[in-house]
Write a protein that binds this ligand. Structure first.
Ligand SMILES: C[S@@+](CC[C@H](N)C(=O)[O-])C[C@H]1O[C@@H](n2cnc3c(N)ncnc32)[C@H](O)[C@@H]1O
Length: 380
């Protein structure tokens, strides 16, 4: 029985800058797992990590060449069995009944969770942080929130960026805040301490959630901060629960940007604010890995700043501030790298942090990475 496929689904792609994969037949668009057919468009300068896929791929090049020098390429890709990404971006929702099956979606969520866990968990973060605090002369029985400053902000420009973002979002003591992708809880503690607001912190990495709870207790902020383990693309909160959603350096791990910001919009009250500090793709060209959010290119889902802004706006937000702070961040990171080592820093619990920070700084200084500060309000 012939069946019309009215539109493809956009599937998340590896590579830098990312290619576009529009899948017509396969797991994302039609639920077929025996075969997939996708229309691929690769921009000039595109490079892809080496892969060992568990399918045979037949490629029909429509334009350009697959070893892309300048112009990009366009081709059809037929995979047997069907291409199975870790996660797909369904910018065009497949028609009801053709969405693939829930088991596949659950499997993909599981894979994403375990990849993120493998990226961030070491099983040793808490004892390492404890040692670092003691080496820095801190008394764990009398820890103040500010004592943790150099250690807990897992994003470019650290506490400076958090402070600027909070000011821009005009957070007050009346606000119910969600920190989406909260890491070890630095942003949540900063906001709860400075603005006396209630904060919910959510992160996929259980090890980080446990550390956040422990540090909240040590700093006496556990009565104002709740910590949940969970996925920012599937938030376990009712609609219109929060006044502010903050999210710093999390989006780069999330392939499905549309779903990320739709979830942020859903849990915000109308008029509430979304405040983000995120890395975006800059000028095309290879990046050095590991980066702070991804040891390998497959874990990095960078989008250009314009695409991020469009994803935020399409999710039901009006942008109030959108600042590219790449120059400032690169200069600050260069200065930071020149500082003598101190016991308190992200290197205390982030594997290979010095190398990750150097690669990030190189990406920012070369313009291949951009860093964006944005605040948007939720519209009806
Ligand atoms: C680079 S760290 C940033 C942590 C924190 N926002 C900060 O700035 O200190 C990225 C964090 O995002 C979390 N993350 C990545 N993908 C996530 C997802 N889908 N849902 C929830 N957390 C996620 C990771 O577990 C990690 O803690």
């Amino acid at each position: 029985m012939p069946e019309l496929i009215p539109e493809p689904s956009r599937v998340a792609a590896a590579g830098q800058p990312p290619k576009l994969i529009d899948e017509y037949v396969g797991r994302a668009n039609t639920g077929h797992d025996g075969l997939s057919i996708a229309h691929m468009r690769s921009p000039g300068g595109w490079a892809e990590p080496g892969q060992r896929p568990e399918f045979d791929e037949f490629t029909i090049v429509l334009r350009g060449a697959l070893v892309v020098e300048s112009d990009g390429a366009e081709y059809l890709s037929v995979c047997v069995p069907a291409f199975a990404p870790a996660r797909f971006i369904a910018t065009n929702n497949p028609p009801p009944g053709r969405r693939g099956n829930t088991a596949i979606a659950e499997k993909e969520a599981e894979m994403t969770g375990s990849q993120i866990d493998a990226q961030y968990s070491t099983g040793l973060s808490r004892p390492r942080i404890e040692q670092a605090l003691i080496a820095a002369g801190q008394d764990l029985g009398h820890l103040r929130p500010a004592d943790l400053g150099p250690l807990e902000d897992f994003h470019t420009m650290g506490r400076i960026a958090t402070g600027q973002l909070a000011e821009l979002a005009a957070i007050t003591s009346e606000d119910e805040v969600l920190d989406a992708g909260s890491g070890i809880g630095g942003t949540a503690r900063f906001l709860a301490d400075r603005y006396r607001c209630r904060v919910t912190a959510i992160d996929l990495t259980e090890e980080y959630c446990e550390i956040a709870r422990w540090l909240n207790r040590l700093t006496g902020l556990d009565d104002r901060i709740g910590v949940r383990q969970g996925d920012v693309t599937d938030l376990p909160f009712a609609d219109a629960t929060f006044d502010v959603v903050t999210s710093q350096h999390v989006q780069m791990n999330v392939a499905d940007k549309a779903r990320l910001y739709r979830e942020a919009r859903r849990v915000l009250r109308t008029g509430g604010r979304l405040a983000i500090w995120d890395i975006a793709a800059g000028t095309p060209g290879p990046l050095s890995y590991p980066l702070p959010w991804a040891d390998r290119p497959e874990l990095s889902h960078l989008a250009a700043a314009g695409q991020l802004r469009a994803a935020v706006e399409s999710a039901g937000f009006a942008v109030e501030a959108w600042n590219d702070l790449t120059g400032q961040a690169a200069a600050l990171m260069e200065a930071f790298l020149a500082l003598p080592a101190s016991p308190l820093g992200l290197h205390a619990f982030v594997e290979d942090f010095a190398e990750k920070a150097r690669n990030l700084t190189r990406g920012l200084s070369s313009g291949r990475l951009r860093v964006i500060q944005g605040v948007a309000h939720a519209v009806a």
